[in-house]
Structure formats: structure tokens, C-alpha cells
Design a protein around this ligand. Sequence first.
Ligand code: ADP
Ligand code: MG
Length: 659
Amino acid sequence: MAARLQRLSIRTKTDLILHLPFRYEDRTKITPIERISSGAEHYVQGRVLGVEVVRGPRPSVYVSIGEGHQTRLNMRLLHYSSRQMDQLQEGVWLRVYGLVRLGRKGMEMIHPEYRVFTSDPGAPQPEYIPVYPATQGLTSARIGSLIRKALNETAFLPNYTHQGLTLGEALRFLHEPDVNRGWDGLHEARKRVAFDELLAFLLLRHRRQIQRGSFSTIALDRERDLHSMCLRSLGFSLTNAQRRVVQEVLSDLSRPKPMLRLLQGDVGSGKTVIAALAIVRAAENSTQTAFMAPTELLAEQHYETLSQWLSPMGIQVGLLTGRMPTSARKARQEAIVRGDDTVIVGTHALFQASTKFKSLGLAIIDEQHRFGVHQRMQLRDKGRLPHQLIMTATPIPRTLAMYLFADMDVSVIDEMPPGRQTIETTVHSAKQRERVISAVGNLLASGQQAYWVCVAIDPRDPDDGNFRGTTDVLEELKAKLPQVKIGHLHGRMKTEEKDRIMKGFRSAEIQLLVATTVVEVGIDVPNATLMVVDDADRLGLAQLHQLRGRVGRGTKKSYCMLMYDPPISTASRNRLNALKKHTDGFELAHLDLSLRGPGEVFGKKQSGTESFRIADLVMDAELLQETRVQGERLLKENPDMASKIIDTWTPSESDYAAV
Ligand code: ADP
Ligand code: MG
């Protein structure tokens, strides 16, 4: 159970009760069967009019329910026990909740949640049922019951009241909603929780700012000729924006005050080069750089790019990831202590306390939105803070940056490398699948490469729902594009296997990569110019925007094809169309918000930032002014409470401290 909870990043009791539903099922009223629509979830009840077992390759039981009208709804079960069959007799009453779709025999719900009654049960008790982010072996319902147990004792939470509610009260309301207060009540409670999280963030920032002021560090002011050597080995010249930003970074590094600089630039704007030039400066001053990436794949990619650029100059690059065998990791760590490795690229495992440096001068964090602002690194070396460069593709408007990053200097790469073209995005239903596949074939024949992304690996896994999985799609594409070299990449593969596939794709040995969303962040293969996404309606706009960012990274025209299986709801359709029209990440985040239903605006991140657990930079921007006022007051009047609020939200901060 602990392992399963960890997959959801739940390690402590606080983590558990801060695990909020991402939406609620509206079980306040029964929808009459003649008014149900496909593509939406409904709460329905009626008498069982017939039970039919259909044999064949996928045997199903169809339980037909109705209210004496012509229209009927089938409850379809693909697996069932004899006890279930005994219960489901003609004439009993059923109350079901589930997603309606149009099947071969009319409207159906596949494996809905249901209850059997011997007579007309009348109107149900109105409820909102929380739906939690779940994981294999741990359902939303089970998580809900664990949380309700944990809620019995919440004295450890800060009992600070804001707008008449403590954090504990707001959380209880979100986990055990009161329908009488409607959706508005839920929205208010969520805002109340977001308020505390933002407050904790501001308080923590304040604390660190004070700490940082008291630290000094090594001034990386020695310049040798490595900088120009590195520029020559790149094979392209820097854009004006890159040149400006490099100067900003190098001038910070030359001072004895620890740099804390946020480097913002849209996907593909060329942030890695800036990192490389900062590393070169650190190396010229005989200090090491720790380079932290959000995923293993990305760490491996950076390792390759940096090795290619830097090893010819005698700068040794090492790779350290959490999934390396212990012996290999130990060997690497020894090389780091000895100072053999000048740059160490790794996932956050790198920052566990067991990794020590000979002389750490610089820490670089790539794709910050993946880490959470709370875990902003507190890496120290012999009591010194290293210089820090934090890179992000998340578009953060200036007004927000003012609050969030008041303790940081911000550099922006606001110019794309020359020759970039906009990505042409199109939306396709499954009916056009053959056409999409042949478009892929044509593109590959011209020597370019493509990604084909699915939301699941194996849809037969009941937890994965009704998706197309990479395993099936791989077979399908192999059969239809027999001359194409296809690779398969997903998160459950071994590191070496992933590594081999990514290398093959990078070297164009693999032409088409069928993958899960593991390719979402940072992967850079400029020759890949087409991204196909299956079941695109199941992904959020921010995630789709990130996926699309994997193409359009070279000078060639790039394409993104979003696929869905009809029927889809109007809201999903609107979201896919939004991607056709818009290319700006922040605009998309705002649209995403306005395209959601009342029960959906919880927990799911709108802006694509995972910096916060609950707060969202788009939804909750208006809270920032108030948190600042309250924060300043707390620091003056009740510093103990301020500490308690910080601790509630940052229990894992110490994991990242390598003193
Ligand atoms: P991101 O900002 O998303 O991290 P990368 O650093 O991965 O972007 O760069 C994207 C691609 O653009 C890489 O292939 C990189 O080598 C290339 N690139 C970066 N800067 C330039 C430039 N000034 N001219 C041409 N290509 C560049
Ligand atoms: Mg990058």
C-alpha cells in the first residue's frame, strides 16, 4: 500500500489529506433515460427489461434497463460473476452511474457503478462523489476511504482562520462535500486551500531570501578560452536573445553572491546552450556543475548533448540516475567526490544527501515546472550555496512573476532560432485513421521522423479504461507500414531499454516512435516533424501543448495530428479545436479553464505548471495580493504559525538538501 501511495506522491498523512479530488461526480439527480446523451456521464435508474448474454471473441452481458418507454439503456459487462448474474434478474430495479456511449445495441454504459433494488427505490440521496487521481491497485474509492479515516484527526494542521475557515475545515469539505452548498461551496473551499499553499510559498521564499543574503559563494570570474571554443563547436550561432541571456548569466556568476536566476523560454527556444556556456564558465574556475533534469529520459538526452559539446574541450560529463544499479551509482558518486566529473547530469536522485561534490560551483535545474517550486533546491556545498540557474518553458506573465519570483532574477529568451515555422495542427476522428496512417507513411518516406503517442500502454488493463494502447497501435502500424522501422517507448521499460530506443530514434535508425506521454517533456529530435496523438480528447490542453512542442524544433515544416474516437463531448471537441487555433501556452491555459464543466475545475492544473499541488497560477492569480498582505502580517505577529504553515506544505524539503 505504501508503494502504491508513493506512486501518487503520498508519503505522509499531510500528503494524504492534501490529495484532492480532481473532479466530482454529480449524483444530485437522476437523468430520465430518454434524455441521456453519449459522451457524458449520467445517473440513471430503471427496471431491468431483459438480460442477454452475447458470445463471441469478447463475450458480454447486456442488461437492458428502461422505464416503460421505448428508449433503453444497456448496462454492458465484459466480465461478471455468477452471483452478479443471479442478482440481475428481469424486473429488479437498477440505479447506475457511468459514461454513456453509443454501442452496437444502442446507448450503453460499460461497467458502470450500479446498485440493485427489489422495488422502485425512488429518488436517491443527492451526493457529489469525489473522484481522486488513482493508480494501479488503488482505486479512487479506496483512496477516499483512507482519506476520510485520516480526517478524523487533523490537529497537526495549522489552525489559522482565513475567510472564516481553517485549512482543516476546507479540506474536510472538499473530501466530504455538502451538496446543499452546491458547486460554489466546493470552489470556495478549494480557493481556501490554494490560499494556504500560496501563503506557504511566499513565507518560504521570504525565509530563503534571508538565508541567501547571508551566504557568499565562489566568484566564477576566471575566463579562459573555453567559451569561444564551445561556441565554435555548436554548429550554429546564438540568437540575439541567447547572447543577451548568456551575458546576464555570466555576469552573475562572476560575483561572490550566489546567483538565483530563472531562465524562461518557450519550448525549442534553445535554453540548453545557455546551460552549457554557464557550465563552461564553472569549469574554467575549476568547479563542478550539478545538472538536474525532471525525467531519466531527459537526463540521458542532456548527458548526450553536453558530452558532445563539452568532452572535446576536456570537460568530463557524468550521468547519475535513480534507476542505475547501486554499484554503478556508487562508482559515479566516487568520481564526483574526487572531482573527476566536472558536470553531473541526473534526476533528482542526484540531490540526495549521499551525493557529495569536490567543489560544487553551479546547480542547473531544467524544466522547473516538474519539480514544484517548494522543492526549489537547497543544495549546499561545504556550507556555501552554489550559483543556481533554473530553466522553465512555462509562460509566466510578468505580473505573476513579480510575486512568485521576487527573490530571483529573470532572463527571458523571447526569440526562436532562425527558420522555425508554426506547427500545423489538425483534428481527426477514427474514421480518418487510414488517411492519417498513410500521411505518416509518406512523411517517413521523405526521410523525416514521427512520434505516435498513446495515453496508455495496454488498454485491456481495466484501470486504463477504454483507450488505444501503445502495444496494439504498435502492431497496427507494423502491419500497415511494413517497410517502416518502428520503436516502442514507455515508462515501464528498463532504463537501458529506454536508452537504446531513444538513441535509435535520435540517430534516425528508428523512424517512427510509438510512445506513451513519457516523451512529453524536453525531448529534442529536430528531424522529427510529425506528432500523432491517439485519444487526444483524454489529455489536458497543457499536456497536448507540451507534446506538440516535441516537433517544430528544426527548420522543417512540422505537423500535429490529434485523433479521437467518436463520440466525444462538445467540451472535448472545443478543446481540440483550441489547439488548432492557438500556439501560445498561456492562452491555451486560460481557454482550458473556460472550457470545463462545474465539477471539473479541481486539482487538474490549467497552466501546465506542476509547481503547486493545489494552487494554479491561472485560476488563483487573484489570491496573490492577499497572500502577500497576510504573509507580512503573520511574519510580524505570529512567526510560529508562519513556520507551521511552511512545514505543512514542504515536508520533503529536507530530501533535497545535500549539505
Ligand atoms: P529548449 O529551450 O526547449 O530546452 P533546446 O535547448 O533543446 O530547447 O534547443 C532546441 C533545439 O534548437 C536544439 O536542437 C538546439 O541545438 C537548437 N538550437 C538552439 N539554439 C539554436 C540557435 N541559435 N540556432 C539554431 N539552432 C539552435
Ligand atoms: Mg530543454
